[in-house]
Design a protein. Structure first.
Length: 213
């Protein structure tokens, strides 16, 4: 009986996700949370097991967040930056001490890091939909990602459309990309590495994009 009471008290993440999509469809990437297949692909692409600090942009109700925590080492940290207050509330109910839920903008990553006394992250992930936002906002977020990342750090974005690729080339250069078809809708997973010095950066206007295995 006690177990049933605890179960009823758990937040309805799927309903919260749907309500968040209906309230702010431009801020929520999909009406359906990520599949486990997409979560596994993201974890591999971002090399989560090797990271000491990960930043997740737009975690929503925390489906991907939980997958990241399962792959994260016991001594690592995950800073989840979410703009929707209700989603932040759900994230803060987690008992995992490695998770820090931050209410704020993806365009202010360094500010969030300073607020929580955290260093530059090894990895930044984003599921926020770049295709529905103004180009200037998307570029601002990507510049925030680049400025916050540790040199040699990874930025991984999973998207339905390829808008982030064209925007990201101007900031990071050419990405690596793969597609997860076992997700509804299918998602492209883009990965960039921040160059260790400005001399290494060479914007690439080529239409060809390398594929991740």
């Amino acid at each position: 009986m006690a177990a049933k009471r605890r179960l009823r008290l758990q937040p309805d993440h799927r309903m919260a996700f749907l309500q968040g999509f209906l309230k702010s469809p431009k801020q929520v990437g999909s009406i359906i949370p990520s599949s486990r297949f997409l979560e596994r692909r993201i974890v591999r692409a971002a090399e989560i097991g090797r990271a000491s600090l990960v930043v997740e942009l737009g975690p929503g109700t925390g489906g991907t967040t939980r997958a990241l925590l399962r792959a994260l080492s016991p001594t690592s940290k995950l800073l989840a930056i979410e703009i929707e207050p209700r989603f932040v509330e759900l994230l803060r109910r987690s008992s995992d001490p490695r998770l820090i839920a931050h209410h704020g903008s993806a365009a202010a990553i360094e500010q969030a890091l300073r607020q929580h006394g955290l260093p530059a992250p090894d990895v930044i992930l984003s599921g926020i939909p770049f295709s529905t936002m103004a180009r200037s906002v998307g570029e601002q977020i990507l510049r925030s990602v680049y400025d916050a990342l540790e040199p040699g750090g990874l930025f991984v974005a999973y998207q339905v459309r390829d808008r982030v690729e064209s925007l990201g080339r101007r900031v990071f250069g050419r990405p690596q990309v793969q597609t997860e078809i076992l997700n509804m809708p299918p998602m492209r997973v883009y990965r960039w590495e921040k160059h260790r010095s400005s001399a290494q950066f060479q914007p690439d206007a080529s239409s060809e994009t390398p594929r991740l295995r």
